[in-house]
Design a protein around this ligand. Sequence first.
Ligand SMILES: Cc1cc2nc3c(=O)[nH]c(=O)nc-3n(C[C@H](O)[C@H](O)[C@H](O)COP(=O)(O)OP(=O)(O)OC[C@H]3O[C@@H](n4cnc5c(N)ncnc54)[C@H](O)[C@@H]3O)c2cc1C
Length: 385
Amino acid sequence: MNEKSEIRNHISKILVVGAGIGGQSVAIGLKKAGFEVDIVEIHKEFNVYGVGIIQQANALRALDAIDVADEAMRRGSPYGKVKLCLAHGVQIGEAGTPPIGRFPSHNGISRRILHDVLFEEAQKVGLKYRMGVTVETIDNQPDVANVTFSDGTSGSYDIVIAADGVNSKVRKLIFGEFKTSYVGLSVWRYAFKRPAGLDTGYIFFNKKHKLGVIPMTADLCYIFVNSAEGDNPMIPEDQLVDKLKAYMSAYPIPMVQELIPQVTDAKLVNYRTLETLKMPAPWYKNRVVVLGDAAHTTIPQLGSGAALAIEDAVVLIEELQKEGSVEEIFERYMKRRHDRCKMVVEVSETLGAWELLEYTDQPLPEGANMGMLMGKTGMALTQEI
Ligand SMILES: Cc1cc2nc3c(=O)[nH]c(=O)nc-3n(C[C@H](O)[C@H](O)[C@H](O)COP(=O)(O)OP(=O)(O)OC[C@H]3O[C@@H](n4cnc5c(N)ncnc54)[C@H](O)[C@@H]3O)c2cc1C
């Protein structure tokens, strides 16, 4: 990102709603490019949960555009392709985005650390966060967005960027109600001390669920389990520890077995159902534009949702520095992003649908090959954005 890049259009004052991965990324890049940026975050304090996030090579390439890829790799754990294995450990394949230039296939990182890396970069460029604040109303005119905030203040902006996640309030205010779809799967996550032999990411396949062991830092890793919990997927808190331990017990590999005693605290079991959402085009109206999960929420079967949010940010930053009307800029942004995001959401849905069939003892469609589909999509994600 060129700090001194000349702003050739008439946009100067920008509001970013949501200080998650996408919101912080876009705000940092825009601030560096010389725009006046306000960022509001609904939570009074950040409370980022401690499990990890997989950053594939394309996510690192996008983070590099806002100058934080090296710090993310330094504080995370770069690794190669993910080894795909049967439940007892025999390797049957590998998956992941191929390396892109100096960026490895993957960087595992704690979500908290990624958040810190972004936040620290934001401080360096003088970005001021308004915590515990959200938008109340947006009067979205063709030439300006007049916004009132929950703290009683108001402001006029050249554009408003909705980076407020899957349940985006801005999206609802401007575009109406969109509902997520539950895909029938759940994910369990827990952070662990990193076992000595963990040399890369692993996914182990059982007939009823799958388990991943993902490096997070030099000393930490996390485990995820994907399962199908049936029609009533809400699990009472007092069952979380025992259920996660039972899932892990089904993988007779020392690396997994030795971690089981560390699962002790239900509050640290991050359990959630998996939801998906594709906002139909256009992702913009007058002065409001949507990015990240607010526009496209993917289930994590490709570990790429955050990568898409960061790439959205980079493309929007680039387009905002080019000439054109706001509508032309937003249209170019959406054109560059739409099909790629749709591909990730839909391939992830397909992978999830195949998992669900397996976990519920139903036959897979002819030719279904998870490793091959993951490999093909990983390759597609290396293409320039
Ligand atoms: C189980 C699971 C595992 C995943 N694993 C991976 C992975 O390994 N790799 C990967 O790349 N992606 C992964 N993802 C996806 C990734 O977490 C998301 O795609 C990413 O967080 C989206 O970033 P975002 O900034 O769009 O939204 P968010 O990260 O959700 O950020 C939205 C921000 O907006 C704030 N906010 C919400 N409402 C308002 C409001 N009204 N006003 C102001 N602020 C508001 C929120 O508090 C939050 O800070 C995973 C997702 C899930 C569910």
